[in-house]
Design a protein around this ligand. Structure first.
Ligand SMILES: [Zn+2]
Length: 361
């Protein structure tokens, strides 16, 4: 799995927030714990898709049918060719990518991925619970899990932010200048990279070189190996759907589509904003109100997915607050994943003919 090279020691210490409750034993989100979970994989196949700035392997675990055969063209070329099969050589099963830990401080999605891997490997998650419906749905896809795209950020972040103040959440996520003030959001986005010589702590948002991978998407000017490796994975997998798992300071919800989404994906994203909301509400997991689907969420790594594979990508934000228990946060991951898997069977995420023709239904 390419773990031979020694990562360099982190330049910054782990961000500590005094007084947080102890995480439960099954909340396994540290870099060594993620690697341990991946080393135990027997049912799936493991691939290193990148090396982080600090030298950690960035790993993906795939389940189900083999990767589709390559076509004769890229998606961009094929989409203008009148024959989508020039790129998309297989429509069934669809390829579903679960992307977690783009922002290293946001451990909630990473916890969901590590527990989902346990479910798929052993039939039980790390709490010993079984989710036969979820496992069965996963089996209907080629499922590729990237448990942590940003191990550098994860390594210097707390295990969780449950019970942290908003200010501690900001400092742990987006960092602290040398004068002790928080970098904060959206100021953190004025820097790519964040000037590491000017911070006391960079937060878990960026990788070891100070780049926010979520926004590393300029064609011809990618700055991180992590983004490059992930987008290559999306292209090679002919990905139909990417579920990008993040966390914020309010209850859970799906964000509106990013810019450069195809019309069909904008419409689909609006549907998933409502569906995930309804499933969370039904499970008693009190989602945040559904946003206006006509809103747009910047240019980010989701924006690149339609360009490289013709697939759609959505972001789910978990809550990173003390409003919910650790168990509830893990359930939110499961409910969101299950919702997307279920509707994706009823209504394919990205039928390429309709996508390429600019249809919205
Ligand atoms: Zn995030």
């Amino acid at each position: 799995m390419g773990m031979a090279a020694q990562p360099s020691p982190p330049r910054f210490p782990r961000f500590e927030i005094p007084g947080l409750v102890e995480r439960p034993e099954w909340w396994r989100v540290r870099v060594d714990e993620i690697e341990e979970a991946i080393r135990a994989v027997r049912q799936g196949t493991v691939e290193q898709i990148a090396t982080s700035a600090n030298g950690h392997p960035v790993l993906a675990v795939a389940y189900g049918s083999p990767r589709p055969e390559p076509g004769t063209a890229t998606w961009a070329s094929a989409s203008a060719s009148g024959n989508m099969a020039a790129y998309k050589t297989r429509t069934d099963p669809q390829t579903f990518i679960l992307l977690c830990g783009v922002h290293g401080a946001e451990a909630e999605g990473v916890c969901g991925a590590v527990n989902l891997i346990s479910l798929l490997e052993t039939g039980k998650d790390l709490r010993g619970r079984e989710y036969p419906e979820l496992v069965e749905l996963c089996g209907q896809y080629r499922l590729v899990i990237v448990p942590c795209l940003n191990p550098d950020g994860r390594e210097i972040s707390p295990d969780h932010l449950c019970g942290a103040s908003d200010e501690a959440f900001r400092r742990a996520s987006q960092g602290v200048w040398k004068d002790g003030t928080a970098v904060g959001y959206p100021v953190c986005k004025r820097y790519a990279p964040l000037p590491l010589d000017e911070v006391e702590h960079p937060g878990g948002y960026p990788n070891g070189d100070g780049y926010n991978i979520q926004h590393d998407v300029a064609p011809g000017d990618l700055r991180t190996g992590e983004a490059r490796g992930f987008l290559k994975l999306v292209a090679d997998e002919q990905a139909d759907f990417v579920l990008n798992m993040h966390s914020h300071g309010i209850p859970g919800r799906v964000l509106p589509a990013s810019y450069t989404s195809f019309p069909l994906h904008v419409a689909r994203t609006g549907a998933y904003m409502q569906r995930v909301h309804d499933d969370l509400a039904e499970a008693g997991l009190e989602p945040a109100p559904v946003m206006d689907a006509k809103g747009r969420v910047a240019i980010n790594i989701n924006s690149a997915v339609p360009l490289v594979s013709g697939g759609m990508a959505i972001t789910f934000e978990h809550p990173a607050t003390d409003q919910f228990t650790f168990d509830q946060i893990l359930e939110m991951s499961y409910v969101t994943i299950r919702c997307c898997l279920r509707y994706g069977l009823e209504e394919p995420f990205s039928p390429r003919e309709a996508v390429a023709r600019g249809r919205d239904g």
